[in-house]
Write a protein that binds this ligand. Sequence first.
Ligand SMILES: *[C@@H]1O[C@H](CO)[C@@H](O)[C@H](O)[C@H]1NC(C)=O
Ligand SMILES: *[C@@H]1O[C@H](CO)[C@@H](O)[C@H](O)[C@H]1NC(C)=O
Ligand SMILES: *[C@@H]1O[C@H](CO)[C@@H](O)[C@H](O)[C@H]1NC(C)=O
Ligand SMILES: *[C@@H]1O[C@H](CO)[C@@H](O)[C@H](O)[C@H]1NC(C)=O
Length: 470
Amino acid sequence: MWLLLPSLLVLIVLKTDFLPQVARFRETRFIKDTDEMVLTVPYTGFDNARWQQHPHDPEAVQDYNQQNQILATNGPKDSSSINSDVGASTSKLTCNFSNPHSDTCTMEGDLRIHGKSAIVYVVAASTHRPENSTFTVRPYTRKWEQETMSRIREVTMRSLPPAFSFIIPPKCTVRHDVPAVVFSTGGCSGNFFHAMSDLIVPLYITSREYNGRVQFLITDYQPEWVDKFRPILAALSMYPAIDFDADTAVRCFPSAHVGLENHNKMLAIDPSLSRNGYTMMGFRDFLRSVFSLQRPWSKPISRSSGQRPRLKGADEREADAITAMENLGLEVVAARPDDVSDMGHFAGVVNSCDVMVGVHGAGLTNMVFLPHNGTVVQIVPWGGMKWACWYAFGEPVQGMGLRYVEYEATAEETTLKEKYPRDHPVFTDAMSIHRQGKAWVTFLDGQNVTLDIDRFRGVMHQVFLSITTE
Ligand SMILES: *[C@@H]1O[C@H](CO)[C@@H](O)[C@H](O)[C@H]1NC(C)=O
Ligand SMILES: *[C@@H]1O[C@H](CO)[C@@H](O)[C@H](O)[C@H]1NC(C)=O
Ligand SMILES: *[C@@H]1O[C@H](CO)[C@@H](O)[C@H](O)[C@H]1NC(C)=O
Ligand SMILES: *[C@@H]1O[C@H](CO)[C@@H](O)[C@H](O)[C@H]1NC(C)=O
């Protein structure tokens, strides 16, 4: 019996000349905010001290607006204190609230973004409708999950008419000549699946086309998250990400996205929905270049080559199954992604393998680093979890150019046997547990899988045959 924990991944290497290598982080391209990139213009827009000190206080904002209103209606006494460019350009604001995963707004023209108050002023907007001048977006991609979304800061887009407006937008204190992308890191904590599916893939879809010439503004800024994904962020944007909520500057951008595009699926890019024909395979090539991974493809090797696979390292508890797989002719590397803080290193280990085996769980997300045509074996735990497991990993595998094998644990292959009698609904009517909303605690957090080694060996033998030649 092999005890299989959700966080354990087994990576299988066909014996070839290739040895797993520690991938080296590419030099990150973060550079300091320099004067060449941003032109700081004189700070004359905010003369109301209360507004500056309490940008969240609606009364203070109203005060601020009233004061400017008077200025505007009475005619300028000092021309530098009003915005000479109001009405000079026509901006556009388009929001889309129909994607089930995320609301997004895109805009261009005269945009003034104040992070601290989470307001984007779209000045002199040709798209302005008086009855619909304010839009709000929570820039995270799990719109259907109320609890998560309640933790995401709301960003307001205020569209101002082309001609006279009662709202005087603040003056730019910093001008950027690249687009802005505003998104939140408040929803995914440390979970690698959510980081990839909710943020990194949508961020790639939204910002890759700018070739690094794009500024990220991150609300609900999580320093650990930014630190962990720094190599990827640095490959997407050549400027350091800005902590939006703490930002007192009024930043002006020629165009901006608030919220991340996504294709209404987990860990997926739909080429037909992508403006630039992006694919998950392209995304994986991108990751391979970010982490300098060595193997683009997993190539079938010959069984008659005489090469003997070897065990790379294992957890004692899994020794039985590892021996079994070894006996099939596979070299096995056991790894626990939780223990691995260095994503680049772990990406290198995964990329050196041809097959990844793991129980449904965030660790399987590391499949993004497998070489193309690699195989993912997802072990579906007991309890009517097939559909959820398919949705999270099974379906994405296809789009990634990987091959998918599913192994569904039986009632004999779970530690739930030790907790519940066999006539308990956990075994007789698993769906009733789902209906009570207890599937997660019972079937995901609540069990380990204890593989029936003979049954598992049969499946792995098929995998072995499918990835080798005579
Ligand atoms: C809005 O998003 C939905 C869902 O992603 C998409 O089908 C639709 O084409 C979008 N509408 C516009 C105007 O872009
Ligand atoms: C305002 O915008 C929302 C969201 O796009 C839309 O559903 C609504 O119909 C608009 N209302 C008016 C009066 O245009
Ligand atoms: C699964 O196994 C791990 C490691 O032995 C243990 O810490 C954890 O409590 C187990 N979980 C369940 C639900 O049995
Ligand atoms: C993918 O793997 C299968 C099985 O080993 C093999 O038949 C096929 O040629 C591979 N495809 C590519 C493009 O290498």
